[in-house]
Design a protein around this ligand. Structure first.
Ligand code: TXA
Ligand code: MG
Length: 314
């Protein structure tokens, strides 16, 4: 159900939850300082309590009071990429940031989203926690209809149209044990490793969660981004194949197959924008199984797309 900015503000002040557009994906927003709103977010999503939330603000200065010892790298990254699809995990002063939002960690994740409606709302509300607006495990929502599919037609949504990026923010963490290269990517996202290097000359290593240790990014543990359809990732599709293919509009596929297009295979920005839309479309059309053409390079934004497809098919 579409609501106005002022209705969103009122609901948030009443410890309610509303969906808010960002440039990456839609978020489920509650005030950082309304514990009942935060509880509702975990309950609505079916999210494990040990998976912390990202704190969104309209201005960098708003987070300074929460930080324990802000590092020069923080200012460098924030100035280069905010507002934008980058989340920074930073050590915080524990009694300043509600423990439930950060799952009792000694760090918290922060981001300034690049969407005019989100910024307008954040200026009125102050800090909002915003996980992606989907039931845990499902593909994130990139338009109002996706939010309403997961949470019902009456769920309050600030409608900002389609998300431009279509993939979640990239999450960075500073490794205190690696003085030479402290900045690590703990969730790949809409900002690529190459973008980070181009803009600030930092080569941030991607840290994948290992099964036997507690992960740097708790959310990476869980099954994710998955439609109900079984996805089979492949680089070769037999000529005789008659089923559904998730592929690209500029490629030729078997005559009797049915294409769900991610866009042009040479344009990673449009593939990322379409990815969750297509994964959700498969469910809407009750597709049981699809072959996914993963004959794309494992570089820049393509690397995030491949990571999401792997998670969605596992
Ligand atoms: O693009 C995005 O980041 C979207 C939009 C709405 O801003 N939000 C989003 O939130 O993707 P969510 O909750 O779906 O994913 C947040 C991820 C989780 O994997 C969580 O484990 C991780 O951020 N995270 C949050 N706080 C953390 C912390 N202190 N340390 C490590 N990881 C953290
Ligand atoms: Mg999520």
């Amino acid at each position: 159900m579409e609501i106005s900015i002022l209705e969103a503000l009122e609901l948030i002040n009443q410890s309610e939850v509303v969906a808010v557009p960002t440039e990456t994906v839609y978020g489920l927003a509650a005030s950082l300082f309304k514990p009942a709103g935060i509880e509702k977010i975990f309950a609505l999503k079916g999210r494990p309590a040990n998976n912390p939330l990202i704190i969104h603000v309209a201005d960098k200065n708003e987070i300074l009071p929460y930080l324990l010892d802000p590092d020069p790298n923080f200012f460098k990254l924030a100035d280069a990429f905010w507002p934008g699809p980058l989340t920074l995990v930073l050590p915080i002063i524990e009694d300043k940031v509600p423990a439930k939002a950060r799952a009792h960690l000694t760090t918290a994740a922060f981001r300034i989203p690049n969407h005019p409606l989100a910024i307008e709302l954040l200026k009125l509300t102050g800090p909002l926690v915003m996980p992606s607006a989907n039931i845990s495990g499902r593909p994130s929502a990139t338009n109002r209809q996706h939010v309403e599919t997961d949470f019902g037609i009456d769920f309050p949504v600030l409608d900002g149209g389609f998300c431009i990026k279509g993939l979640e923010s990239t999450i960075l963490y500073q490794d205190p044990t690696d003085a030479a290269n402290p900045i690590k990517i703990i969730r790949q996202g809409a900002l690529s490793q190459e973008d980070l290097f181009k803009v600030i000359g930092i080569h941030a290593e991607i840290i994948l969660p290992k099964n036997n240790e507690s992960p740097l990014c708790p959310g990476q543990l869980y099954r994710h981004y998955a439609p109900k359809a079984k996805l089979i990732l492949t680089t070769t599709i037999p000529d005789s194949y008659k089923g559904v293919i998730v592929g690209y509009e500029n490629r030729k596929y078997p005559l009797e197959s049915m294409l769900y297009s991610l866009g042009d295979s040479s344009k990673p920005e449009s593939i990322s924008k379409n990815l969750y839309y297509v994964l959700r479309k498969l469910d809407e059309m009750h597709v049981k199984e699809a072959l996914v053409d993963i004959n794309i390079p494992n570089i820049n934004l393509f690397a995030t797309i491949l990571e999401r497809l792997k998670k969605a098919s596992s």
